[in-house]
Design a protein around this ligand. Sequence first.
Ligand SMILES: [Zn+2]
Length: 297
Amino acid sequence: MDKLIHGTAAGGTVRVMAAITTDLTAEAVRRHQTSPTVSAALGRVLTGTLLLGSSLKEFDRLTVKIESNGAVEGIVAEANAEGKVRGYVKNPHAELPPKDNGKFDVSGIVGEGMFYVIRESGYDMGLYQTPYVGSVPIVSGEIAEDFAYYLAKSEQIPSAVLLGVLLQKEEPFVRASGGVLIQMMPGANEHIITMIEDTIRHAPHITSVINEGAAAKDLVKLALGEIDFEILEEREIAFDCNCSFDRAVTLISSLGHKEVASMLAEDKGATMTCGFCNEIYTLDERDLQKMLDAEKI
Ligand SMILES: [Zn+2]
């Protein structure tokens, strides 16, 4: 089971979040049938969104949306306070040759555009409030740098972000996935910041240590080196979507009596695919007839 931790270091002036996301990235890849480079991009965005959302209160959700001109066209991920994340890309089959160093060309497939972070509260309780939306231009397209740039520019929190996805040829295609987010809060000591920057510069790639069996706390150690930290919370995380057959019925009935009647007459049924998780809901003649009989539409 994938895990996320958050904690503090240096007397509370440094916040740390880390997550192992191998299973949930594999689930996203399985559901969306993404190409290798898109799988790497989507896994990084899902992981970064979970890390950024790790301090969410109950009933809150956080969405990261990338709108860009690269072949992937766009990536969306949404995390909630229970550690559930879901997400999709606009073009799952986009692909590019690897870069000269053999790595996936994630920045190439993302291209240029905008990086949005949307924070909503009261959503699950039906107490809808105006969401807080922050945005920055995409500066790198490699995703981790874009999360760091967003935090520095839009939230004035200097941060270090490491995100990585290691793929394999056989199912489940994802061998290792995870990330670390280190945030320097007001009052963080310059010496500590320099130490962390130096540690990260010399650290091995996170996917290699996850592949060797590292847990989330080991990823924090990888970024903080000798600096002690305290874990405040550990939680399980997973790819999970809140769509359901009942929601599909509600959505189709919202099309109105005429539309549902014509679906029944012409198509003898209806199908709906959830954009977030690719689950397909099939309504047969009986389901549509029941909707019409209910006379609510
Ligand atoms: Zn869904």
